[in-house]
Write a protein of this length. Sequence first.
Length: 104
Amino acid sequence: MDKNELNSMEPDIIDFEDEDGNTISFEVIDYVFYNGDEYALLVEMTEEEEDGDKQECIVCRVVAETEADNEETETFIPVEDETLAQKLVDIFNTKLADEEKEDE
């Protein structure tokens, strides 16, 4: 699959429910493997972005499972360990910066 095919693919959208029962949608920006586990960087999807507004980002561990009907599913579990989350954010930032350099 080349970069044009990747860019034309539909984004991965993950919905979470907050403590008030509201659905919050996040777009998966990227995936990385770290210490044998897969992680995803998710950015909150908003209706409109104002200049200077910061979008909420979360890092989740991705757990792949196979259902009884052999359908594969992924569960996204937010990383609560702040040290691990910061390490993963640093990895994502480095990876995304390297990809931007390649695109130039």
